[in-house]
Design a protein around this ligand. Structure first.
Ligand SMILES: [Fe+2]
Ligand SMILES: [Fe+2]
Length: 262
């Protein structure tokens, strides 16, 4: 079976790219399931309820988030009730949202999805390793296909978590840093891994934001609203083929598609 995992959808450019192009990509690439990180969809920070519905309608089966999860708090009732979106599993129990979910492909294969936040250079959260172990203990053993979004800043932390989970999950795919890394691989135990699958959004900027304002704030320390950039929009992610019997990956390849505006 084949899964497409898309990195952070950034702003209107990223959102529009998905709603206009994903239905065709899904068909052309014969995808069984699409998972996307959408923490930056709403003007670069958060996700609105309307956008969530739009992403689902475009063919995304499960949405993961990240450190910007609550920036548009109107999403809270959706987070609490809709099984197609998860909060980071190592957030406190009181934080709104469900810690993991499963989706079923049209072929009847159950796919479990977990989102983890890193702890290096990020706001303190619970241990992602222990959260992953709790999840694996709770998961019915019949659910073999297991996808983990590791939303973290440090490459080393992402690699450590991937190797810790190697052989126990189908894929560990990185988000948050917004730049695709050239290390898509299958680890020794059969888990697919990429440090960052890259954002779905405008690459002509600084991780999806307008360069001028980022530069001004960096140089002068004046806080400015960072506008979402507009140029060089790309849909980025990873396509992972998985043996549904074992839950292990048979291939991983980077996915990148330029969005041509006309
Ligand atoms: Fe992000
Ligand atoms: Fe993030």
């Amino acid at each position: 079976m084949r899964i497409l995992f898309l990195g952070d959808i950034v702003g209107r450019p990223g959102y529009s790219a998905i709603t206009s192009l994903l239905p065709r990509i899904r068909q052309e690439r014969e995808l069984d399931l699409v998972i996307a990180n959408a923490e930056n969809a709403a003007d670069g920070s958060g996700l609105t309820t309307q956008q969530f519905r739009g992403l689902i309608a475009a063919g995304i089966d499960v949405v993961t988030m990240g450190d910007h999860i609550y920036r548009k708090l109107e999403i809270k009732p959706t987070l609490q009730s809709d099984p197609r979106i998860v909060k980071p599993a190592n957030f406190p129990a009181a934080a709104p949202g469900i810690p993991w979910t499963t989706a079923t492909t049209r072929g009847g294969v159950q796919v479990a999805v977990l989102s983890l936040l890193g702890r290096v250079f990020m706001r303190p959260v619970d241990c992602p390793f222990q959260a992953a172990d709790r999840w694996l203990n709770e998961l019915p053993s019949a659910v073999k296909v297991r996808i983990v979004d590791i939303h973290a800043e440090a490459t080393s932390e992402k690699q450590t978590i991937a190797r810790y989970l190697d052989g126990r999950v189908s894929a560990v795919l990185g988000t948050h840093t917004h730049v695709p890394t050239a290390d898509a691989q299958i680890l020794a135990g059969g888990t697919a891994y990429q440090t960052d699958v890259g954002m779905t959004g405008p690459y002509d900027g600084v991780i999806g934001r307008d360069f001028d304002r980022v530069l001004t704030t960096t140089v002068t320390f004046e806080p400015l609203h960072f506008n979402v950039a507009t140029g060089d929009v790309r849909i980025c992610g990873a396509v992972v083929d998985i043996d549904p019997k074992t839950g292990l990956a048979t291939s991983i390849e980077r996915f990148e598609q330029a969005v041509h505006e006309d």
